[in-house]
Design a protein around this ligand. Structure first.
Ligand SMILES: Nc1nc2c(c(=O)[nH]1)N[C@H]1C(S)=C(S)[C@@H](COP(=O)(O)OP(=O)(O)OC[C@H]3O[C@@H](n4cnc5c(N)ncnc54)[C@H](O)[C@@H]3O)O[C@H]1N2
Ligand code: MOO
Length: 392
């Protein structure tokens, strides 16, 4: 058995960022830029009015000044022509201001009578957004994270209509077991519903991958081989179940026969011990345990970082700190990832693990906000101690 840290290093070392592809800006959400982009223009491209009101020249900005209103500038319609001293330009938010020192007086701050305005008081802020105040042409943008809707807004403003992003990894999901039927089917008396395919497909999509859910493989070498052959073309073959030491746990054997170069099998963690990883032809393979919580924990600890790496990101999960909500006994030789709930605390949030930590219990998993990380051989802990966790 290797440590979780060593296993993650080995998983990440297997993968390289996938080649870039070009997508329209509208399809950029959640994608990762493959190279820096540069603003194609300056924003704002001119000094722009930030209020509806009157633009006045700097020398006319005196309390009580009376100015003649001449002309108009609106968003998309610059004022053409001269504006003599002692004149104010009617202006609306977003309009270009005249190219000389001045300010915009909000219309609420003047008294207007006919074509004249009287400045009520000495103006405060100039209410002008200066040219380039947001960004200048050529400004680089290269966030090392999946693009958010806010990023898409910025990229649009930069006049970037298409993006070079890393290709999304295609993940073939293979679940195994004679006991499994799909949701909606009627299980036999000795059968259960396949939950892992759905849990894992969700984890793949959330991490920016494309999930390809293959049919359930039965517990025979022929069935497993047949389903694995359908995974061709995937960047990652993600199996669940059949990873342990039972007579019907065939994944390691069949994968080896079809060419798996295994990097490791078995990690000192709970749940998730029988995890395996390696190279399978042009693809990678991650063999998760069948217990649903073990599969879920391995997805958070290894699958998500691997998919991030495929998309050019560093990928290591970021942990946080909390105060323990209860006393806990010492741990054994495996790091223990306990399903837990966060509540507000004083300096740090309070993290309380659920009493039930069965690696098949999906209800507690669904209710958890966090995985409390108990390192291997962690001594007994008291309520109030600082503990590390992985937010879910
Ligand atoms: N003698 C030993 N037995 C076991 C060991 C061990 O070290 N020695 N390890 C245990 C641990 S830890 C785990 S985790 C499991 C993992 O076993 P497998 O990966 O071989 O998984 P299966 O045996 O196929 O299934 C385990 C469990 O999970 C259920 N399952 C499987 N697939 C799904 C699915 N798609 N959806 C829902 N539930 C699923 C399956 O019915 C079993 O109940 O091995 C322990 N045994
Ligand atoms: O690692 Mo097996 O991880 O339940 O429960």
């Amino acid at each position: 058995m290797i440590s979780v840290a060593a296993a993650l290093d080995q998983v990440l070392a297997l993968a390289s960022p996938l080649a870039p592809e070009t997508v329209p800006l509208a399809e950029g959400l959640g994608r990762v830029l493959a190279a820096p982009v540069h603003a194609r223009l300056t924003q704002p491209p001119f000094d722009a009015a930030a209020m509806d009101g009157y633009w006045i020249a700097a020398e006319d900005a005196l309390p009580g000044a009376v100015l003649a209103v001449t002309g108009e500038a609106a968003a998309g319609h610059a004022h053409q022509g001269a504006l003599p001293p002692g004149h104010a330009l009617r202006i609306f938010t977003g309009a270009p201001c005249p190219a000389r020192p001045g300010r915009v007086i909000p219309q609420e701050d003047v008294i207007r009578e006919g074509d004249r305005i009287t400045l009520a008081s000495l103006p405060g802020a100039p209410h002008i957004r200066p040219r380039g105040g947001d960004f200048s042409e050529g400004a680089p943008f290269f966030p090392r994270r999946p693009l958010s809707h806010r990023d898409l807004g910025l990229l649009a403003a930069m006049n970037i209509a298409a993006l070079d992003v890393h290709r999304r990894p295609v993940v073939a999901i293979v679940t195994t077991g004679d006991e499994l039927v799909m949701p909606g089917e009627t299980p036999g008396p000795d059968q259960i519903i396949c939950s892992n395919s759905f849990l894992l497909a969700g984890a793949v999509t959330r991490a920016g991958g494309i999930a390809r859910m293959l049919p359930i493989a039965r517990d025979t070498e022929a069935s497993l081989r047949a389903v694995l052959s359908k995974a061709r073309g995937a960047d990652l073959v993600l199996t669940s179940g059949g990873a342990s030491v039972g007579d019907h746990d065939l994944v390691g054997k069949v994968a080896a026969e079809i060419g798996l170069e295994r990097a490791f099998w078995k990690v000192a963690m709970k749940p998730g011990k029988p995890l395996m990883a390696g190279r399978l032809g042009k693809a990678l393979m991650l063999g998760l345990p069948g217990n649903p919580v073990a599969a879920a924990v391995c997805a958070d600890l290894f699958l998500a970082p691997l998919l991030a790496r495929f998309q050019g990101l560093e990928g290591r999960p970021s942990t946080a700190w909390a105060r323990l909500g209860c006393d806990l006994p010492a741990e054994g030789a495996r790091a223990h990832y306990q399903r837990a709930r966060l509540t507000p605390g004083e300096d740090l949030p309070i993290l309380t693990p659920f009493a039930q930590q069965d690696s098949a219990a999906l209800r507690v998993l669904a209710e958890a906000d966090a995985l409390l990380i108990r390192p291997a051989h962690d001594p007994a802990r008291r309520a109030g101690e600082r503990v590390e966790y992985l937010p879910l």
